[in-house]
Design a protein around this ligand. Structure first.
Ligand SMILES: Nc1ncnc2c1ncn2[C@@H]1O[C@H](COP(=O)(O)OP(=O)(O)OP(=O)(O)O)[C@@H](O)[C@H]1O
Length: 284
């Protein structure tokens, strides 16, 4: 069994000492480990797609994990049964919170147990897979406007600041989507396969795992948007409309955030689909 650890040395909470301790633990557990430090955005995706391995352990944030997942899902031999685990060295580590991987990376390394594993639901839009969510409107623009220097210095608060600026300044545009035999119009939309959002908040108490959980606001009233931001942050719940589906056709919008990173879609007409991961997430 070949294990590859892909570390992003510029991820939000990367710490060389802690990482070395994690490697000591992993070296004791696995016989053959290769460690690669990413050198640029996209590097982890290329390795995950092209290299030979049985277990892959990204050490970084949700953006790094998203690259690894897209790398695996685009492999020719993606059904060979790759195992995946994650060491949380990111800014918000939403994926680890969703799947109850300890937020302390050393504890996460200690608790890895490759005798337990399962597929996880993924979303797919415009050729990109996601393990958390895709967001449009306020969600997308807040991520787009994050100042990367502020993110380096103030971590999560850079997102809060960007959200505030976006909320105060931006006008939002309507777009439409079709699902379950109906047409919907929205200004803000989150399509989630994970209930955890922006850290440890929950999107909904009625979240359905294995479905596209669709949260949308059908008007652009700022008060309505504010109410939702506050409700998610304070009460773990979304006050707008919530529906479930397996497939959505979305028209009139091409800017989104995927798993916390801004992404420009190639077209402004796209399907969002639910998929089962071809890899297995190692359980704890
Ligand atoms: N060596 C590198 N130099 C610059 N960018 C990189 C490098 N390696 C990976 N990246 C990019 O950095 C982005 C952010 O990294 P990552 O997700 O690991 O940390 P984060 O943003 O702090 O955490 P989170 O996504 O949980 O908030 C990723 O989308 C990835 O494409």
């Amino acid at each position: 069994m070949k294990t590859i650890v892909l570390a992003n040395p510029v991820s939000g909470s990367f710490d060389k000492n802690k990482f070395n301790k994690c490697l000591d633990i992993l070296n004791r557990k696995f016989r053959k480990i290769e460690v690669v430090y990413t050198e640029y955005a996209g590097h982890a995706e290329k390795i995950a797609k092209d290299e030979d391995y049985d277990i892959v352990i990204p050490a970084g944030g949700d953006g790094l994990l998203n690259e690894v997942i897209n790398g695996i899902e685009n492999r020719i031999d993606k059904d060979k049964g790759i195992l995946l685990y994650k060491l949380p060295f990111g800014t918000s580590n939403v994926f680890c919170r969703e799947y109850k991987i300890p937020i302390n990376p050393i504890k996460a390394a200690e608790q890895i147990d490759i005798t337990n594993f399962h597929h996880i639901p993924l979303g797919l839009i415009g050729g990109r897979y996601f393990s958390l969510m895709v967001g449009f409107g306020f969600d997308a623009l807040s991520v787009k406007n994050v100042d990367l220097n502020l993110k380096k210095r103030f971590s999560k608060f850079a997102y809060v600041y960007s959200g505030l600026k976006t909320f105060l300044k931006k006008e939002f545009h309507p777009f439409e989507f079709f699902t379950n035999g109906k047409r919907y119009e929205a200004y803000h939309l989150i399509v989630a396969v994970s209930n955890k959002y922006a850290g440890s908040f929950n999107l909904s108490k009625k979240f359905k795992k294995g479905k596209l959980n669709i949260f949308y606001l059908k008007n652009d009233k700022k008060l309505n948007l504010l109410k939702n931001i506050l409700l998610i942050s304070l009460y773990n719940g979304f006050a707008g409309e919530q529906i479930y589906s397996d497939i959505i056709k979305l028209i009139g919008v091409d800017e989104c955030q995927i798993d916390g990173d801004f992404y420009k879609l190639q077209m402004n007409s796209n399907f969002v689909k639910i998929k089962k991961s071809s890899f297995y997430l190692v359980n704890i």
